[in-house]
Design a protein around this ligand. Structure first.
Ligand SMILES: [Zn+2]
Ligand SMILES: [Zn+2]
Length: 119
């Protein structure tokens, strides 16, 4: 028996338990959870499911592309590979914003130093 593809079936996010439909607005292949934004290391190219790693991929940041589109930077908890994935139309805004603001919320240097002299 050949292995049946689960590409078009609803699956459950292993991180937060959300039921995820693979069909979403804005992307052909849902590759991350719209609620917690975690992904899994399954794709080489989006949707191909060629990677056997299968470990959870943690969202670590936001990339703003040249056309203004946002992408999520994911790092694999298993092998450490870093990939970027386009956000989907139904991704929740709060976790996206929290991700984008993370470096601002915990800066690696005192923000006071950014004030111009004389403040
Ligand atoms: Zn989730
Ligand atoms: Zn991996």
């Amino acid at each position: 028996m050949s292995h049946k593809s689960h590409r078009d079936t609803t699956f459950t996010c292993r991180t937060c338990g959300t039921q995820i439909s693979p069909h979403s607005t804005g992307t052909r292949h849902r590759n991350h959870c719209p609620r917690c934004l975690w992904s899994r290391h399954l794709d080489d190219e989006p949707g191909d499911r060629r990677i056997a790693c299968g470990q959870p991929m943690e969202p670590i940041g936001i990339e703003v592309r040249r056309d203004g589109e946002w992408a999520i930077i994911h790092r694999c908890r298993g092998c450490g590979e870093i990939k970027t994935n386009r956000i989907a139309g139904d991704d929740h805004e709060r976790p996206l914003l929290a991700l984008a603001l993370r470096p601002i919320a915990s800066p690696a240097f005192p923000l006071d130093d950014l004030r111009p002299p004389g403040w």
